[in-house]
Design a protein around this ligand. Sequence first.
Ligand code: ADP
Length: 202
Amino acid sequence: MVISVASYKGGVGKTTTAIHLAAYFQQLEPTLVLDGDLNRSSLRWAELGKLPFTVVDHRQAAMHISRYKHVIVDTQARPDDSDMKVLAGSCDLLVLPCTPDAISLQVLGDTVEALKKIGAENYRILLTIVPPRPNRDGEEAREYLTKAGLPLFAGSIRRIVAFQRAALEGVTVAEIDRVNLGWADYEAVGEYILKQYSSVAA
Ligand code: ADP
């Protein structure tokens, strides 16, 4: 299965999502992360050699890909519409992380418009960095996106500092947060993808 994680806007948890989905799929079968982002965030995360899967530059894909069952692509930041066409056309599922704030939702709207224009339907929105209650931003964003009829993962990714520490320490959030709520959030997304999309990819 090839899963691409893409966003028109930075700072929405694109790399964090790619790394944690890869960690989930690696538990099941060999998984490769392709870093296509000029910021090299996934490659930097992997630099300390503590991640349970391999991350390579996307330009090295041809050399590696045959050895893996699943490929997660941390795509280039701020793609234009033609990049989006290539992205959507070259994966089984395009995951669109979005934070629950007005600017992100607006940019997400542009992304979805671009996808609609090219007739792409293989995408799903993931609400990320969702602040804890009593803040209602996550719920409001979910209501807004649901009303707009957009495909949304049932689970969101909560905002916890453990994700930032995980990136600094070159590990997944499961290694940092003893309660493991952050990991449980990504695990639920991984399980859903596995159920919904692996038969499509097979
Ligand atoms: P992008 O790839 O979209 O630029 P990143 O994955 O690099 O986004 O995340 C941007 C920042 O937000 C990083 O500092 C990261 O550690 C932090 N972050 C990502 N997800 C979460 C989360 N669920 N909770 C708290 N901080 C997060």
